[in-house]
Design a protein. Structure first.
Length: 211
């Protein structure tokens, strides 16, 4: 029998979402060291003691934030794993998905970037455990395409590194881009233009033509 969630569970979910929303903002602005539990609690409208009922330590809160970021990021990368589809279509979808993440989750992207720039001291094991297997699966898809003559030989690892760097820069360095473009923030057209150019570069790298 299907039963709806209890009011207590619904309230817990609501409070956790509020905490995590404020935590992402603060970790993106101040990094792990510069963020305090007290400030997150104040921004979330809670006492420090109440927040610690949900997340007993700052590291537990940080871990949960990064878990959510990585869940979303990896879900958007999953399209590349389907090697049975047309390589051109798969690669276009992959670039588009990565740019959507940068557009929709810029703060989350910056939290992840700050952790990596700092040497991934607090989250390195999770990155190794979750990102490396997916990267290897994606490389296997490229090798299969190469073996079937569908794309030109390419160093898939470094091509993917390049795609990550190009697409994530639209979140991590959006302030610089906006300054150069003389506007307050990046617009949808900027992401569309970026998608067109990055896609063309990726397709050219594997010997496919942009229609």
């Amino acid at each position: 029998m299907h039963t709806s969630a209890s009011p207590r569970l619904l309230n817990r979910d609501k409070v956790e979402k509020t905490i995590l929303l404020e935590a992402v903002r603060l970790f993106a602005e101040c990094g792990f060291e510069g963020t305090s539990i007290a400030t997150v609690a104040e921004r979330a409208g809670l006492s420090k003691q109440n927040l610690m009922y949900y997340f007993p330590t700052k590291q537990a809160l940080y871990q949960r934030v990064l878990d959510n970021v990585l869940d979303d990021w990896l879900a958007r990368m999953a399209s590349l794993a389907d090697g049975d589809k047309d390589p051109g279509g798969v690669l276009r979808a992959y670039v588009a998905a990565k740019l959507r993440f940068s557009r929709e989750q810029p703060l989350a992207s910056r939290v992840y970037a700050l952790e990596v720039i700092g040497g991934a001291k607090l989250y390195g094991e999770q990155i190794r455990r979750r990102v490396v297997p997916l990267l290897r699966a994606d490389i296997a898809v490229f090798e299969r395409w190469i073996g079937e003559g569908k794309i030109a030989p390419v160093n898939a690892t470094h091509l993917l590194f390049a795609v990550w760097a190009m697409t994530q820069s639209y979140a991590d360095f959006s302030a610089q881009m906006a300054l150069v473009l003389d506007r307050d923030a990046l617009q949808q057209q900027d992401f569309d233009d970026g998608a067109q150019l990055i896609t063309a570069m990726v397709l050219a790298a594997v010997g496919l033509n942009q229609p």
